[in-house]
Design a protein around this ligand. Structure first.
Ligand SMILES: [Zn+2]
Ligand SMILES: [Zn+2]
Length: 370
């Protein structure tokens, strides 16, 4: 009897949820048809199709060291923006937003100085954190308005490796200091706990890691291993060529594939040789890939563990990637140079008479839906 009753309740809840969702979409479309706005209808259909998709957000994109933009760069940007405003004859405040929208990316935005941190939100709405670079501080502040602020958070954190730029945000991650929160770390490193403790040991930091109030758990992965996180969400771990070791994580949800592969050295030669790499990287929808150097810079920095953007594009083409995101920006690169790297990378692909992959350059706050 109870079983039948539960079944009816579940059916009713499902029915009303679906009705509620479609009601909103239906009314929205009707409203836009009434306004005869084709663009808005397409936007609504897109929202409908993207509903429940895996989402990726870039929180920190800088390599090696947090890199705030300095006053010299700031003044240079203001000067360039004002020059363009004068040339455009801007004299009306209502034109300002349009004017800003049409600026080149390096003037419209800051690419960002925080070191590596990325989030993945699954179809089911669960959050996964990839690496704990300095970007993690801001993410922690945002998470305080969720269950994490009440000491009821359960955060799953994947660590690519423990070079400082990938763990240095952790001491400033407020949810870690709140009792009741659980931080579950995934990595292939048996010494991870020890390493996380070490960066907060006296005299380097005033609060020891082991004294922070949250509970810590550790899941040890094997390189090459796959684990299931949710009904339809799997993660694979894959070793990368980097001093001291590093791993890539591949998230598979339904037919969608997202790969996070920061801190990896690929050369023309290793790309040719490494067929097993090709297997792991094949046919991803989004690949975040190390591209710290120009090709010339890389010639002077073999074995430093990073890839040039030219080779990153070659890799993405070889592996059939749909969207390539260039990341781990060198601390020496200002926004103007990053913009040039982006356009050169696109040109390199165009020179091969190709339109795929789409090439993006990582910028803090960028989001992608799969
Ligand atoms: Zn790094
Ligand atoms: Zn590294």
């Amino acid at each position: 009897m109870l079983y039948v009753f539960n079944k009816i309740i579940v059916k009713k809840i499902t029915f009303f949820s679906v009705l509620y969702y479609y009601r909103i979409t239906f009314l929205y479309i009707l409203n836009r048809i009434a306004n005869n706005s084709k663009i808005h209808i397409i936007a609504v259909i897109n929202i409908f199709l993207k509903r429940g998709s895996m989402k990726i957000k870039l929180i920190g994109v800088r390599g090696s060291l947090p890199t705030p933009s300095g006053n010299k760069e700031y003044r240079h940007k203001i000067r360039n923006i004002l020059l363009r405003a004068v040339e455009a004859g801007l004299n009306d405040v209502t034109q300002i937003n349009n004017f800003i929208d049409e600026l080149p990316e390096n003037l419209k935005f800051n690419y960002g100085g925080n070191t590596t941190c990325v989030t993945v939100t699954s179809k089911g709405g669960n959050l996964y954190i990839l690496d704990c670079g300095s970007g993690l501080r801001g993410l922690g502040d945002e998470l305080l308005s969720t269950e994490c602020g009440k000491g009821k958070g359960y955060l799953k954190i994947f660590i690519s490796h423990v070079h400082w730029d990938h763990i240095q945000g952790l001491p400033f991650f407020k949810p870690m200091y709140i009792s009741g929160n659980i931080l579950e770390f995934y990595s292939p490193y048996e010494t991870l706990e020890e390493n996380l403790k070490a960066q907060m040991d006296s005299p380097f930091f005033p609060a020891p890691f082991q004294g922070t109030a949250s509970t810590k758990k550790y899941k040890l992965l094997k390189a090459g291993e796959s684990i299931q996180l949710e009904d339809d969400l799997f993660v694979d771990c894959h070793p990368l060529n980097h001093p001291g070791g590093c791993v890539a994580y591949r998230f598979r949800e339904g037919k969608k594939i997202f790969i996070f592969a920061t801190d990896a050295e690929f050369t023309g030669e290793t790309l040719e040789r490494a067929e097993n790499q090709s297997h792991f990287f094949l046919n991803s929808d989004i690949l975040i890939l190390d591209s710290q150097y120009t090709l010339d810079e890389h010639f002077g920095k073999f074995d430093w563990g990073h890839t040039s953007y030219t080779i990153a594009v070659n890799c993405a083409i070889r592996w059939g990637v749909k969207h390539l995101i260039l990341t781990h920006h060198d601390p020496g690169n200002d926004d103007k140079k990053l913009r040039n790297i982006h356009s050169d990378a696109i040109q390199h692909r165009n020179d091969m008479k190709l339109k795929i992959p789409m090439i993006h350059i990582a910028r803090e706050g960028m989001t992608f839906s799969l």
